[in-house]
Write a protein that binds this ligand. Structure first.
Ligand code: SF4
Ligand code: SF4
Length: 298
């Protein structure tokens, strides 16, 4: 069996303070950290024991996990397992990066999000350059706020050409983008138009619940982060019986980590082995009309 697991444990704290985020500068007690540690260890041990399956793991924490040694070590351990195909994580990339040397980097993928209100572009780019230097595959992303247009264009110009920069659409306001905004962001990320839509999903086929699942710290399995109904428990002997094709029960699916698994969008054809860390298998961002702005330095 090939299974991708989106893991989200109890951790819910972050060293950044993005104004829109409930985890901004939230600190946890020692007891809460301990609970997260125990849950993470249990999950890693479970994955390690699944020799009969090919497993990809995508850490999608509430808050920032990579500033915690336990997550760095968990990722390193998982990448060293022969039956683990990929370990990816969403991060603000504020952590030290020397820990990646303990990983099998051929199985490591980083989803790095740039938060212009929290870090300078240069410091973020320095982190990206270090990942590049250490031979780690990564994508970089931003929220497509129109007031950040110039900043996003500058980031694109200064990132190495081979690094995919994705832009998540701001969807909290209807008709937020003008045609010019759409064209500007699509010239940087050709997949941006797909992200501007909440895709009608009810009744449609989706791999979530069959070859992709979401798991919390207690092992509770859900088909994805957006359909709350549990489908089983990872730590129960019959966990695999929960995996089956199901039509989506939600009206729409508007988040990349969800809709990427919908069959009819055919995004597995675009992302291939980079589906978890959001790296297209061919550099489609170099083909768009605005590609001449892309620097080749770095
Ligand atoms: S970096 Fe992410 S988790 Fe942290 S405050 Fe900003 S949005 Fe929230
Ligand atoms: S379409 Fe989205 S909401 Fe529906 S099951 Fe798939 S990932 Fe979940």
């Amino acid at each position: 069996m090939n299974l991708s697991i989106l893991y989200r444990g109890p951790l819910s704290s972050c060293n950044y303070a993005c104004v829109y985020c409930p985890f901004a500068k939230h600190r946890e007690t020692a007891a809460e950290h301990e609970r997260d540690r125990v849950a993470l260890e249990r999950f890693v041990d479970w994955v390690a024991a699944q020799h009969d399956h090919q497993i990809g793991v995508f850490f999608t924490p509430w808050g920032e996990a990579l500033i915690r040694k336990r997550y760095q070590q968990a990722i390193a351990t998982l990448t060293q397992l022969a039956h683990v195909t990929k370990v990816a994580i969403q991060t603000n990339l504020s952590c030290r990066l020397d820990w990646v040397e303990a990983c099998d980097k051929t199985r490591l993928g980083i989803w790095a999000t740039y938060h212009p209100s929290q870090i300078t572009r240069q410091r973020f780019l320095n982190k990206c350059a270090e990942l590049d230097h250490r031979g780690v595959r990564f994508s970089v992303g931003v929220v497509g706020l129109t007031e950040h247009s110039a900043e996003i264009a500058a980031l694109r110009a200064e990132l190495p050409a081979q690094v995919y920069l994705w832009i998540n659409a701001y969807k909290r306001q209807d008709d937020y983008y003008t045609a010019d905004d759409l064209a500007r962001f699509t010239a940087i990320d050709p997949l941006f138009p797909i992200n501007t839509i909440r895709h009608p999903s009810e009744g449609r086929a989706c791999r979530a619940g069959e070859s992709v699942i979401s798991v919390d710290g207690d092992g509770m399995m859900r088909r994805c982060h957006f359909v709350q109904t549990p489908i089983g428990n990872l730590y129960a002997p019959d966990w695999a019986a929960a995996l089956q094709p199901r039509a989506c029960s939600n009206a729409t699916c508007g988040c990349h980590i969800g809709y990427v698994h919908m069959d009819h969008l055919k995004l597995y054809d675009v992302f291939g082995a980079g589906v978890l860390e959001r790296i297209p298998s061919t550099p489609i961002w170099l083909d768009v009309a605005g590609a001449s702005h892309v620097s080749t330095k770095g």
